[in-house]
Design a protein around this ligand. Structure first.
Ligand code: SIN
Length: 325
């Protein structure tokens, strides 16, 4: 018997995949729709103190293996977002994503999300292209510690911190979250990127820079989760380029307790969660993993299986691929 229940600290999710912040989560109705598609939870679009229009078009472009966006954190502001939460919260677990310029704003926003019924808050410490927000505050471990401490003092719900891959001190940032009492880290947000139009001889996006997401990001995210797992004791939620059960299994084996799906909701459609759940369940059944937690960190020597078991796994793996295709 295989269970897809995923535990992230004190929180338990019926399914291990969540909708990542920024896709199909701007309105209450879109969050409700995604909850009905096999996602264990939905992370809201990042919400700030004031309404924000975001960047002018073009703010999105496709690229090989992924996409680059600079939406500019568009949102109605925390006061109006209450209406969306009222619609979504009765239907399932909603994690409230918030962005702020420092500890005070983050604390105030988190308090509101808790009042609105969010089961956890996710601190956006990682948007790669927002002036004064996101990774501009999330790459300084001291600032990260102050923000997480302030939020922990402001709310009783779990506090997750979404980290950037645009840093060579990711482990230090993760440690700052843990030392400040953070309940989990979410790794990773997008990679800072640019696409240039040769014909127009200028960057495609109005903001020039954006964040790279999609399949191309997966090995970066898997590596980040693997590294974080070696230093952190708090749970990790993996995100970045997941569109199949194999991608999800990689993240879990790197050390994630659960995972999020973003770009693939766009490329594969909302049914992507059902496909991942089915594939993961079949894989776990075939390879003798009774639960997501039994698979967690399996690629690490300390948490991994013996070589003999791995060898057996490689052989059987081919059978599974044949069967799945
Ligand atoms: C955006 O709204 O521009 C993206 C948000 C993010 O990368 O965190």
């Amino acid at each position: 018997m295989v269970s897809l229940i995923a535990k992230v600290g004190a929180l338990s999710f019926d399914k291990p995949g969540m909708v990542a912040s920024g896709i199909m989560d701007e309105t209450g109705q879109s969050m409700v729709r995604m909850l009905g598609c096999g996602a264990g939870a939905v992370v809201s679009k990042s919400v700030g103190m004031k309404p924000n229009e975001g960047h002018a078009n073009p703010c999105f472009t496709e690229t090989e293996g992924g996409m680059v966006n600079a939406m500019g954190l568009p949102n109605p502001g925390i006061e109006l977002f209450e209406e969306e939460m009222k619609v979504a919260v009765p239907h399932g677990k909603i994690i409230g994503s918030i962005y702020g310029s420092g500890p005070e704003e983050f604390g105030a926003l988190a308090g509101k999300m808790e009042d609105y019924g969010a089961c956890a808050v996710e601190l956006n410490l990682s948007c790669p292209h927002a002036k004064g927000y996101g990774m501009e505050v999330g790459t300084d471990p001291r600032m990260v510690r102050d923000i997480v401490s302030a939020v922990k003092s402001a709310v009783d719900i779990p506090v997750w911190a979404k980290l950037t891959p645009n840093s060579h001190i990711l482990a230090d940032i993760g440690m700052a979250v843990q030392e400040a009492g953070g309940d989990a880290v979410v790794a990773v947000n997008t990679l800072k990127a640019m696409v240039i139009s040769p014909e127009f001889a200028r960057p495609v996006l109005s903001n020039r820079f954006g964040g790279l997401s999609g399949k191309v990001l997966k090995p970066v995210g898997v590596r980040a989760v693997y590294d974080l797992r070696t230093v952190l004791d708090i749970p990790i939620v993996g995100v970045g380029g997941i569109s199949t059960w194999r991608d999800a299994a990689e993240y879990i084996m790197a050390g994630a307790s659960a995972f999020q799906v973003g770009s693939a909701v766009l490329t594969e459609g909302p049914c992507v969660f059902e496909c991942i759940n089915e594939g993961l369940e079949a894989f776990m059944h075939d390879y003798g993993y009774g639960s997501v937690s039994a698979m967690e960190g399996a690629a690490h020597e300390r948490g991994g299986r013996s070589n003999r078991e791995c060898d057996r796994g490689v052989l059987r793996h081919q059978d599974v691929r044949v069967r799945m295709e």
